[in-house]
Ligand binder design. Structure first.
Ligand SMILES: Cc1cc2nc3c(=O)[nH]c(=O)nc-3n(C[C@H](O)[C@H](O)[C@H](O)COP(=O)(O)OP(=O)(O)OC[C@H]3O[C@@H](n4cnc5c(N)ncnc54)[C@H](O)[C@@H]3O)c2cc1C
Ligand code: FES
Ligand code: FES
Length: 1343
């Protein structure tokens, strides 16, 4: 390495210079291992840019890069993921972060204002990234269309909002709206056009969630200017760079010769394109590349040109530039460009915008991933690669079946660099198509990709030449050589299709242990994608075939058209002569939304750094079930910067305990690990990188223990359960079953998988010791519990520990109990080492260790009468609880109580088993067992309808609860609005008419099917235990009239603080702008319950009312004395009179009377009801689906804030949609999580939400049992997403009828594309079954 100096020019630049938000940054010692994200957050303390995953999959870290191009005197702006961008690549560039475009104190940027006002920011953790994606789009394009918004957000995720409000808000930037807005207010026309309130009925105008006319116009001329120095001083873009870090060297040679000479002497040096592959390898595979070569100055690698044979593309050209270039070529010369069209089409589905903006074609080729999207196209088109090396000069390599030598290996040698790629034109009689199938349509790696290239003999249907290439069917991109050969000289007909299928099956014979799993699905895709191509070509050459294809079959080839988003929200604002200041019931934006949109909102890891602070990393078990033989941390402790290692040896046994109900977990595993989530120890260091390096060096010797129980089925086989089953009985089930004819009995089971919370902010914690006191700030939904457990672990009293939460970047139940695994070690470390200690889990650690929604198996049987009325039901529930109890017993209680969904079941027997397995401890997740249970009830009702040959809607309606009915836990239903929701939903969705048109559509289409389905929901509101149903508030009034509230609940995006401020505004009769909630801290509100169970608004709302009422009474004399005075006058007078201007409030919910022994008494405070209708379009060949429309009607009483509540409905629905369809946790048979980040685990993205999404709140349905007649909303709507699942099932049923197979079938959740495709049984799926088992072990299992 020392000799490398000889190859570097003496005057090479060693200082990194770039601009951030207009400010010049000069970094004398840049380390190539630093990412831009790390640099912004840790060095520049710009914490607006967030860490969500570190692998380019969530967009939370999006920033804008700007570069001046002297050649055409233009500035290019692109959105990129800061987490994958090496800071060394920033030399001479301008970086803009969310802080650089606007501020809530000075001036908001229009993008920030519109996302906040349109309610597009809930927890706000995704918001800066989304703002920057939109901002970069606006900077790059003067006139944007809706489709630009669609592709700009392909790389951004939000877990809270359900995306609809973000899209709505940003649609106002679309050319037509913005132009009208900017110019429209001349003359009489209103800028709102048709949406002008003058064109609306009074009710409609009231029913708007925000007023678009309050948006400031977007004026591109006001944008910050590009740093003039970067324009004037062009040397930045010409210099040879030489940045030497701790273990990596960053070189930016100036010409090809320099690159080749480094490659010659250092063949393992790596060329860095977009770093989207290298960055991930360095972070997650812990690979270090000692020399990184940036090719950005090499003109021979950065160009695009048209040649006489086709096009030639420089290897480092970014995918965005390639797409633009090819689109231009195609537009200018239509006709011979099938291959180019295939590439541009494919690039639309390739990664997200941020990755495409930097990733190169060479990076894709050289990575040689078997699931590359572009390699099959390049191979099928016989692309030619121009490769150079110092010794061999130039050589041309054809990308054919010999190009890939093995898994991630190509024929290109280490000394060589790939210079350019030549892609040919297509001939007249040539047909070329490429297809990609992934779990999620956008920003997802492929399961299978295919590119098909055929040439027919002129004026005939005879194949002259064929090349079929596939990705995802083996360890490399593969050419189906045998099949391609067999097609030669065959006519394009059924016979040829049979030959192709037969050969493909022989060439691609995957077995169940194949990496990536889904062997049968992948084989069926291999055939199905070709079938799609076959139909496409057939339809184009019908004249040579002599026959035509039935029109229904053409649906195999039709591409899904992009539909624009539409939505509506209906709600009521009750006026009742209220005061102006009273904001209860108004759609007030989230109180932190503006700060969130500006990146000013602080989350745990944004807390300013202390000089001497330390960083902690957890060492997790690498075994699923094992005895710990020894732990050796000596190597870790020798890493420079590592200061301590903590393990069970540092705690007395009685202090080494965790667990919310039963203390059945250890802070640090002492003798045995029962899951890979067990924490073996913690490494504490002066820097994050030292701590992470140290953690990998801790050596633990294990002795494997048996059995290893992963799945529910394993647990059943080993009878491995926590405690005895929860049993509930009502009536005489045995007798009813005995007296029912067999044809009036149905039975079956439902199986649902785990769901990851995927809150955008991963678990984090910070603790600081002062004297003998400790302050802990952590990402928890239960700060009181953190304080309590920390005091226990440290042996100090609770009053010395203050536990705080300002806000969370999402929780969804995942941070209710599991936050302890990080926060308690951080507390211990800080207290013991007397230093501030910080920690944040990487996304993969968080996903592996913090538990999921419980996977469930529910077996059911039911009897019914001739009309379909249920007479009795039996349920057996098995829930995978993981390795500790956590709060699984409460979750089981909720499952048991929601097995009825909305249906009256007079006789019932339930047995619920909590399976003890070696999985991470499963925990609370929005819905808390309800979604699994209600899913069983809905399946049961559908089975009854099927058994009687009746419509589901009829049987559902017949069994729906009515006012006064007793539930199976004997609670009498009062104010029961299920029927109202159900009927309104049928009406508003135009259900019957659309059901007919779905049937019509299905008759005309064999390979695309529609399905439509309704369902109701009922969700019980209470904690199921008296203890937690209490809450406190503290309200302080200052002499300037400002009000500060503290409550025991935390803000995690659900709008709790906003609602509490609204409640206080009503009682105090003061404007919301004078009221503030800063944070939750245990030194203001002690012993609070977790913010969970959707209960917080109810509990804390009443506590706030209580405190505010006390204060109102104290101020009353001053109002009376000075009736024309202001709030400030009264407060000041009271102060001068020495009146106490703070008050506590407390609320104790009415006692729960339920007695589990006798199954009597009321269990829930009340119920939240709703109904939904969804329509889907299913692609029967691939299993893809699109949600065409969803209509929801929910009874939320008199909503405290319709904007927040509708946001909760849409967000919960979208999360539920993920749960029932695309979100699949993949585990190895030994219990290792294989889907550890957004790359492998797909939550819904922007394009997955219903194309039409209508939500309405039931009017005239006040709830007498909660604050201001409102109702809890957080969890209840989630189950409504099952309507999509059942609509998919209907669509599959139609396909099965066409294929002549049984209408009835089992479909587990999630209904992934693989499950949907395999349920659409047909001639293709028949051919791929059964999968041969070679070594008997599947690649993955369902936990
Ligand atoms: C979030 C995310 C989503 C993704 N989605 C997709 C997807 O949908 N489809 C898909 O196919 N891939 C996807 N990828 C993978 C990856 O982005 C692509 O393979 C991309 O094309 C890599 O390009 P790069 O320039 O970033 O490569 P880099 O990471 O810079 O380099 C990758 C490899 O190529 C080598 N290399 C780069 N340029 C040259 C050259 N000129 N000569 C010789 N070697 C060179 C490097 O040395 C390195 O070995 C995704 C990755 C991420 C992080
Ligand atoms: S943190 Fe960069 S994309 Fe997720
Ligand atoms: S608001 Fe988008 S992740 Fe919370």
């Amino acid at each position: 390495m020392e000799n490398i100096q000889k190859l570097i020019p003496k005057d090479a630049q060693t200082v990194l210079v770039f601009f951030v938000n207009g400010k010049k940054i000069t970094e004398p010692a840049p380390d190539p291992e630093w990412t831009l994200l790390w640099y912004l957050r840790r060095k520049l303390r710009l914490t607006g840019t967030k860490y969500g995953c570190g692998e380019g999959g969530c967009g939370a870290c999006t920033v804008m890069l700007s570069q001046y191009n002297a050649r055409d005197d233009k500035i290019k702006h692109i959105a990129v993921n800061a987490c994958l961008t090496p800071v060394c690549a920033m030399h001479g560039l301008a970086v803009t972060t969310v802080e650089g475009i606007g501020s809530s104190q000075e001036k908001l940027h229009a993008v920030q204002e519109r996302i906040a006002k349109s309610h597009g920011s809930q927890c706000g953790f995704c918001t800066p990234g989304i703002v920057m994606s939109m901002y970069a789009l606006l900077r790059n394009k003067t006139k944007i269309q809706e489709k630009d918004i669609e592709s700009a957000f392909q790389g951004n995720l939000c877990r809270c909002t359900g995306y609809r409000p973000i899209i709505e808000g940003f649609k106002t930037f679309v050319e037509a709206w913005e132009t009208q807005y900017a110019n429209g207010n001349k003359g009489n026309s209103c800028v709102m056009g048709e949406e002008c309130c003058r064109n609306m009925k009074t009710n409609e105008a009231k029913s708007m969630l925000y007023d678009k006319s309050s948006f400031q116009p977007y004026d591109p001329t006001q944008e910050p200017i590009f740093p003039p120095e970067l324009k004037i001083n062009t040397t930045y873009q010409k210099e040879y760079l030489y940045f030497k870090g701790e273990s990596v060297l960053w070189l930016r040679p100036q010409n090809l010769h320099d690159v080749l000479s480094i490659k010659k002497y250092y063949p393992h040096s790596k060329i860095v394109g977009g770093n989207s592959e290298i960055g991930v390898e360095m972070k997650f595979k812990k690979i270090t590349y000692p020399i990184l070569l940036s090719p950005s100055l090499i003109t021979e690698m950065n160009f695009c040109s048209v040649t006489n044979k086709g096009v030639e593309i420089g290897s480092s050209t970014t995918l965005t530039e390639i797409a633009k270039f090819l689109r231009d070529v195609v537009t200018k010369n239509p006709g011979r460009f099938n291959i180019f069209e295939a590439i541009t089409d494919m690039l639309h589905w390739f990664a997200g915008n941020q990755v495409r903006n930097v990733a190169s074609l060479a990076g894709n080729i050289i990575t040689a991933s078997p699931i590359s999207d572009l390699n099959p196209i390049l191979m099928a088109s016989n692309a030619v690669l121009n490769v150079y090396s110092m010794d061999k000069g130039q050589r041309q390599v054809v990308m054919n079946e010999s190009f890939f030598k093995g898994y991630r290996r190509t024929v290109i040698e280490d000394q060589e660099i790939l210079m350019s790629i030549e892609i040919p034109f297509t001939k007249e009689s040539q047909f070329f198509k490429a297809y990609k199938q992934a779990k999620r349509k956008e920003d997802d790696i492929s399961i299978v990709t295919a590119a098909f290239n055929i040439t027919l003999k002129e004026n005939s249907n005879v194949v002259e030449e064929a090349t079929l290439c596939y990705g995802g069917m083996g360890p490399t991109t593969k050419c189906a050589t045998k099949t391609s050969k067999a097609m030669q000289y065959l006519s394009w007909n059924q016979n040829m299709l049979n030959v192709v299928f037969e050969n493909l099956l022989q060439e691609f014979d995957l077995d169940i242990s194949v990496p990536g799993g889904m062997a049968e699905y992948r084989k069926s895709l291999c055939l199905s994608l070709f079938f799609r191509f076959y139909v496409d070509v057939f339809s184009k050459i019908q004249k040579y075939n002599g026959t035509t294809m039935p029109s229904q079959y053409l649906s195999a080839a039709t591409e899904e058209s992009t539909l624009s988003w539409k939505s509506s929200q209906y709600f009521e604002i009750t006026d009742n002569n209220r005061k102006v200041s009273d904001s209860v019931g108004k759609p007030v934006p989230h109180m932190s939304a503006f700060k969130q949109a500006c990146g000013e909102a602080l989350y745990c890891d944004d807390i300013p750094h202390f000089e001497d602070e330390l960083f902690l990393t957890l060492v997790f078990s690498t075994k699923t079930h094992a005895e710990i033989v020894s732990i050796d941390a000596s190597k870790a402790l020798s890493v420079p910067g590592v200061v301590a290692f903590l393990s069970a040896l540092d705690l007395e046994d009685n202090r080494n305990k965790l667990g919310p109900i039963f203390k059945d977990e250890e802070i640090f595993a002492s003798k045995v690990v029962t899951s890979r989530s067990c924490v073996v120890g913690a490494v504490i260091a002066k820097s994050e990188s030292a701590a992470r390096k140290g953690k990998d060096l801790v050596s633990v010797i294990y002795n494997a223990l048996h059995p290893v129980i992963v799945t529910i089925e394993d647990a059943i086989a080993h009878k491995s359960y926590f405690s005895s089953p929860r049993v509930l009985k009502k009536g005489d089930v045995v007798d009813v079953f005995k007296n029912t004819k067999p044809n009036r009995i149905i039975g079956g089971h439902v199986r649902s998988g785990a769901q990851e919370h995927f809150y955008l902010e991963t678990m984090s914690a910070f603790a600081i010791r002062r004297e003998d006191e400790l302050e802990i700030i952590s990402s928890t939904q239960n700060p009181a519990e953190i304080g309590h457990l920390a005091s226990q672990a440290l042996g100090i009293s609770n009053n010395k520990v203050v536990s705080k939460v300002k806000r969370l970047g999402g929780g969804f139940g995942g941070k209710e109990t599991r936050a302890t695994i990080l926060a308690i070690p951080v507390a211990i470390a800080s207290y013991k080492l007397k230093k501030p200690v910080r920690a944040i889990l990487d996304r993969d650690e968080d996903m592996q260790a913090t538990g999921y929604r419980h996977p469930c198996l529910i077996k059911y049987q039911a009897t019914f009468d001739n009309d379909g009325r249920i007479t009795a039901a039996k349920f057996e529930i098995y829930a995978n609880a993981g390795n500790s109890m956590d709060i699984s017993c409460s979750m089981m209680e909720r499952i048991v109580m929601h097995l009825d969904n909305c249906y009256f079941i007079p006789n019932i027997d339930v047995e619920g088993y909590l399976c003890k397995t070696n999985m991470p401890s499963n925990t609370a997740f929005r819905g808390f067992g309800g979604p699994q249970a209600m899913f069983a009830a809905e399946t049961l009702i559908r089975d009854v309808a099927a058994a009687l040959g009746k419509d589901y809607e009829e049987i559902a309606d017949l069994n729906l609860y009515r006012e006064g009915h007793l539930t199976h836990f004997n609670q009498c239903l009062t104010y029961c609005t299920i029927s109202r929701c159900w009927k309104e939903c049928i009406e508003s969705s135009n259900y019957w008419k659309r059901k007919k048109s779905v049937e019509e559509f299905n008759k005309c289409n064999r390979w695309k099917k529609k399905g439509i389905s309704m369902l109701p929901t009922k969700y019980g509101i209470s904690f199921q235990g008296d203890l937690l149903m209490q809450g406190g508030a503290l309200v302080l009034i200052y002499t300037d009239g400002s009000v500060l509230i503290s409550i025991g609940g935390i803000e995690m995006g659900q709008g709790l603080f906003t609602k509490m401020i609204q409640v206080a505004s009503r009682v105090l009769e003061v404007d919301i702008n004078k009221i503030h909630i800063s944070e939750m801290a245990t030194n203001t509100i002690p012993n609070s319950s977790p913010t969970a169970a959707s209960m917080s608004s109810d509990i804390y709302g009443m506590a706030v009312v209580d405190a505010c009422t006390t204060l109102t009474k104290r101020l009353e004399p001053y109002r009376i004395k000075n009736p024309t005075g202001t709030w400030e006058d009264w407060v000041m007078s009271a102060y001068l009179d020495r009146v106490h201007l703070s008050a506590t409030g407390f609320y104790v919910a009415p006692k729960i009377e339920y007695n589990p022994e006798t199954n009597t008494g009321n269990l829930f405070e009340y119920f939240t009801y709703g109904a939904a209708c969804s329509e889907v379009l299913v692609d029967c060949l691939t299993g893809d689906h699109t949600v065409l429309r969803t209509d929801i009607v929910m009874d939320l009483g008199e909503s405290l804030n319709p904007a927040i509540d509708i946001g909760q409905i849409e967000g919960a629905f979208t999360q539920g949609y993920g749960y029932y369809t695309i979100e699949e946790m993949v585990f190895s048979p030994t219990g290792e999580l294989l889907s550890r980040g957004p790359g492998a685990y797909k939550i819904p993205g922007f394009s997955d939400i219903p194309k039409t999404f209508n939500v309405s709140l039931l009017k005239g349905a006040p709830n007498p049992r909660a604050v201001y007649s409102s109702k809890a909303v957080g969890e209840p709507p989630l189950f409504l997403a099952a309507s999509v699942f059942f609509a998919i099932k209907e669509a599959i049923r139609s396909a099965r009828v066409d294929a002549g197979v049984s209408r009835e079938f089992t479909l587990d959740t999630p209904a992934t594309c693989a499950r949907i495709r395999m349920a659409c049984e047909d001639e293709i799926t028949k051919q791929v079954k059964p999968t041969i088992t070679r070594n008997g072990k599947p690649w993955n299992v369902v936990a």
